[in-house]
Design a protein around this ligand. Structure first.
Ligand SMILES: [Zn+2]
Length: 253
């Protein structure tokens, strides 16, 4: 009886895309969100999140969002100084939100987090010549319907005032999911040679900001940054919304 169940869905309150409780935050509750959202995505926000989840988004203070790209640096790394800026800890909230984005296709959460990430980029005065998302393979993009890294890169580009180079990198291998790789070495091998830079761009000497949703070992961002540096990029800064470098905001270093 699809008609009846659809009517009931309409009557019931919306559920938080992260925890499933009643979504009691509207776009108007977040200062400036609605205007910025409409400017970035040319549509109205359809935010479904609860106050408790929103209040759990606690950024890392000061320099704690900065680290080396690789969680386990190794001798002989051709890019040992590659840096990562990830202003949020990969904590319980992210552990629930990121699968909701990727596997339940909750694009609105990616956009909310992207806008929040953009704000952090601005606060940290990050400048660059180009902003590029980590691409998905064609197969994964078809399966998911959108590239979550692009949703994060759009507000980052806006915050830096730099062009978004959506097709700068291509994913030439449909690699297995990084989350399914058990150890650091298999994560490295999984993404080895996975990225190619498009011939349509000349990035000689440019500073490129590379954006992904989450950094764990940093292997994906490291491999993608390598493809840009090998093609003449002057500097690459890796950015993720969250990383596991520091797990709890409250813990002391
Ligand atoms: Zn919630």
């Amino acid at each position: 009886m699809p008609l009846i169940s659809e009517s009931l869905d309409w009557l019931l309150p919306h559920k938080c895309d992260i925890c499933g409780d009643v979504a009691n935050v509207t776009a108007d509750d977040i200062p400036g969100y609605k205007d910025l959202y409409e400017r970035l995505y040319h549509e109205q926000p359809g935010l479904n999140i609860c106050k408790r989840c929103l209040s759990q988004l606690l950024p890392l203070e000061g320099v704690r969002g900065w680290s080396l790209c690789l969680s386990n640096p190794y001798d002989g790394d051709p890019y040992p100084e590659l840096a990562l800026f990830a202003p949020f800890p990969y904590d319980d909230l992210c552990e629930r939100a990121m699968p909701a984005i990727k596997f339940r296709r909750k694009k609105e959460i990616a956009r909310l987090f992207g806008v929040i990430l953009g704000k952090k980029i601005k606060e940290n005065g990050i400048c660059c010549d180009l902003v590029a998302p980590i691409p998905l393979s064609k197969e994964r993009l078809e399966e998911r319907g959108f590239n979550q890294a692009l949703e994060f890169a759009i507000p980052v580009a806006y915050a830096t005032g730099s062009p978004l180079a959506e097709g700068l990198l291509e994913r030439t291998l449909n690699t297995g999911r990084q989350t399914e790789c058990k150890d650091n070495e298999s994560r490295f091998l999984n993404v080895k040679g996975a990225f190619r830079m498009s011939d349509e761009w000349d990035i000689a000497g440019s500073t490129v900001v590379l954006v992904d949703d989450v950094a764990t070992t940093g292997a994906t961002l490291h491999e993608a940054a390598g493809a840009l540096l090998d093609n003449g990029a002057g500097k690459v800064l890796c950015i993720a919304f969250a990383s596991n470098r520091t797990v709890k905001n409250a813990e002391t270093v």
